[in-house]
Design a protein around this ligand. Sequence first.
Ligand code: ACO
Ligand code: ZN
Length: 514
Amino acid sequence: MADTLVELVEGCRLPVLRKNQENEDEWPLAEILSVKEVPGKKLYYVHYIDFNKRLDEWVTPDRLDMKKLQFPKKEAKTPTKNGLPGSRPSSPDRDVRKSLDLNLQSASAPSRGKTLPTPKRKAESVSLTSQGSAAPSVPSLPSSAEAPQASVFPAVVRESFSNKSREEHEQLTVANGTTRRLVPSQPGRKRKNCGTDEDSQDSLDGIPSAPRMTGSLVSDRSHDDIVTRMKNIDCIELGRHRLKPWYFSPYPQELTTLPILYLCEFCLKYLKSLKCLQRHLTKCNLRHPPGNEIYRKGTISFFEIDGRKNKTYSQNLCLLAKCFLDHKTLYYDTDPFLFYVMTEYDSKGFHIVGYFSKEKESTEDYNVACILTLPPYQRRGYGKLLIEFSYELSKVEGKTGTPEKPLSDLGLLSYRSYWSQTILEILMDLKSDNGERPQITINEISEITSVKKEDVISTLQYLNLINYYKGQYILTLSEDIVDGHERAMQKRHLRIDPKCLHFTPKDWSKRGKW
Ligand code: ACO
Ligand code: ZN
């Protein structure tokens, strides 16, 4: 319980009561990020130290364990222009990164050692064979998810393979044999009473109610800014859904005090009241995202939106997405990006489910900048469907691709799962000639799947498939792996059908300006 005699200030740490996933009480250590007075009591905005920032929340004093209160270290209090403390003893972002590192350590844990390939029912073994005589240990390969720096654009870190010459010769051999080549089987008049006039969303040149050009819009250091560290929108109504934002998004300041922000689910325009939304809907003719529908199968469609041609839509999409993306910097220059919006169709129209953005040109082989499944649709396979679609685009482009780093915790889970299933599908479909162990190279897996080589390698390591035996790297597919994969694939109902994709890649480098 909060002791009214002690003044809790920003930076204080203490255990705070919360419910865990099983709805049980727990008292994790939390840091107070902000304090506000509401009639009759104080409220504290807390960040749980070892938890993702999306769980940050306002809590009442009765949830604070004052007995274990730690005051902030003095030197950590750097005043900012608004008088709020600046840098802090610890940054939640740093904490997130730490847990990511841990994940990655386990992801790149050494393989089990020199275990013999043990062929079982469908069990296959692969070995990375250095064709020389030396028998190096399995190289410590960089996981593509390891890049430490956050930014949408430009992205900076490029991993290098620790042992290029050997890599060229590495081969995945699936139990006794010969090398086989595989064939790749997002205007109008001002309406003062609506606050968010339509012009403001069409032009962002300093119009008062335009989104703020500060904070996470312009600098990665925004993470140190107390304002951008707190969620500012309480609730968004989007079509038939009410969304609870996870993170700060730079919607116009005057909209942050509203209990509900209303969005047109088709053009994503933001409005301050239901009345304003209803008036907007009488004029808005869109029933699907702008741009071209480049994929349709069943009720699932994908629309390709040029960030330059449909700037307002793209910016509104970014504002919505930022509510659920913490580690990415939001830029108002959407020109260099394409947006692929996935929708689900019903008689009322094409409803947005999720999207990913993609740079028109990427020197880093990025095929996804930001990816999002809207919360009401999460954990139903749509994330992997978006990922699968991004790789189908790369296949048509004839390129390999990788998502921009760093990945969020949920992004990492989803990509790992996608990569694992994609690679295991390939390995298990390998047929042996003459009863000999089939072989495949990392390059071949990468070419067939369009998954960047580094991600193929990190996945093989994550799955702990790589063993070294008698001068050869062998991948052993244990019965557990095979069974687990088969069970997972049975549950994976949502798949992209490449035949339904109508996409012609453009050579953006030849267009001068996007
Ligand atoms: N807890 C545990 N596992 C999860 C969770 C969760 N909350 N959410 C997804 N997963 C796992 C699923 O179990 C699944 O793995 P499995 O099939 O092996 O069981 C895998 O992740 C993918 O699940 P999907 O249902 O296909 O993905 P979903 O539709 O939930 O979307 C996404 C995943 C896009 C990452 C979503 O969580 C999201 O939008 N998060 C917020 C934004 C974000 O973090 N985006 C990624 C940033 S990285 C980048 O932009 C490049
Ligand atoms: Zn609209």
